[in-house]
Design a protein around this ligand. Structure first.
Ligand code: PEP
Ligand code: MN
Length: 374
């Protein structure tokens, strides 16, 4: 368990009471005053947005693309907040951004994925915020490193920032993929387990990179009990100066939120609770049996280890491993298990077997003490 001091959303005092699911929207980038105001005013026509976002300084992959409108955009964002009565947030990546955003009275800051990855940059931002009671949301680093993400919360916390939330925006991978950034849901799920007080928001826009996938990813995040959504919107998405393929019009954003099925996280219905408990008991028994079976399998692997050692044979036998993968994948498929799952499970078991066998193979034989004469 990581010991962080986290102030719950309800106590964030941003002028508007915040709660989960926390819905955030606004343009990827502030481009013109008209674009920022119109996007935010149209968004605020329905109560489906609680915080407005806009990027002022944009961390772009290649130079010579639109790198943000700069400080002037802070005024437009602030004005959008004033006209809609909503708190506003922007991304800060260095000390200059922090000072300018604070000077303009931006309500909430976020640290982008390309900044979280760099402990020097995060530390500088944290130091610049020492003594300032402002909420900060931290996007995951671009690489799938949970410790680095948690490290950023710790750096902020050490500087006295306790109004902290996380934003899951997926992890980059080389080559063509369904998603712009792979969600790797197990990472934010582990974060929720490790820091239960932390609100973890999902950013389907940067995961998908394509508006056609937004609804499905947003629903998945809600089903996984995320604390909210950050989705980019633009009055004319096709003409956006950044992330044109993933932004949606404010009215499309409203539709997306209306289409979401929001389920309860728990129930007080006693029949439901009882049935769930019974089913979970069965799962517990299965888990115990699975572990016992794996331990028995490991014992056999150890016997094989002793036998191989006695006969001077190597641990890894590629043909045998290949045969295991093929036969088990086929059997798993017949049982309705995905190939990806069977392969991950077998790899984990095989790794553990190799470790057990290596311990046996490399154990030092007790030396026979020479008998002293006389
Ligand atoms: C953004 O929110 O516009 C942004 C740049 O996101 P990320 O840091 O997730 O790439
Ligand atoms: Mn963007």
């Amino acid at each position: 368990m990581t010991h962080l001091s986290i102030t719950p959303l309800a106590q964030w005092e941003t002028g508007n009471e915040l709660s989960t699911p926390l819905f955030i929207s606004g343009p990827c980038s502030a481009e013109t005053e008209e674009q920022v105001l119109e996007t935010c005013i149209r968004l605020a026509k329905k109560p489906y947005v609680k915080i407005l976002r806009a990027g002022i300084w944009k961390p772009r992959t290649r130079p010579n693309s639109f790198e943000g409108i700069g400080s002037i955009g802070l005024k437009w964002l602030k004005e959008a907040g004033r006209q809609t009565g909503l708190p506003v947030m922007t991304e800060v990546a260095n000390v200059k951004h922090v000072y300018e955003a604070l000077r303009m009275g931006i309500d909430i800051l976020w640290i982008g994925a390309r900044t979280t990855v760099n402990p020097f940059a995060v530390q500088e931002i944290a130091d610049a915020l020492r003594g300032v009671d402002i909420p900060v949301m931290v996007k995951n680093p671009v690489n799938p490193d949970l410790e680095l993400w948690i490290g950023a919360f710790e750096r902020l916390n050490h500087a006295g920032i306790t109004k902290i939330a996380a934003i899951h925006r997926g992890f980059s991978a080389y080559g063509k993929n369904k998603y712009r950034n792979r969600p790797q849901w197990e990472i934010p799920i582990e974060l929720m387990r490790r820091i239960p007080d932390l609100t973890v928001i999902c950013d389907p826009s940067h995961i998908c990179g394509n508006r056609a996938l937004l609804q499905e990813v947003a629903q998945k995040a809600m089903d996984l009990n995320f604390g909210g959504l950050m989705i980019e919107s633009h009055i004319c998405p096709g003409k956006a100066l950044s992330d044109a393929q993933q932004q949606i019009e404010p009215e499309v954003y409203h539709q997306l939120i209306e289409n979401l099925i929001l389920r309860k996280t728990t129930s007080t219905d006693s029949v439901f609770l009882h049935t769930l408990e019974e089913l979970r008991e069965i799962i517990n028994e299965f888990d115990d049996k699975i572990l016992e079976l794996i331990a028995q399998r490991m014992k056999v692997a150890e016997d094989i280890g002793h036998y191989k050692k006695a006969n001077g044979i190597t641990i890894l036998q590629p043909n045998r491993w290949d045969e295991i993968i093929h036969t088990r994948s086929k059997h798993g498929k017949e049982l309705g298990l995905s190939e990806e799952f069977v392969s991950a499970l077998l790899n984990a078991i095989h790794k553990e077997s190799i470790q057990h066998q290596a311990t046996i193979m490399n154990a030092k034989e007790p030396k026979i003490q020479p008998v002293k004469n006389g």
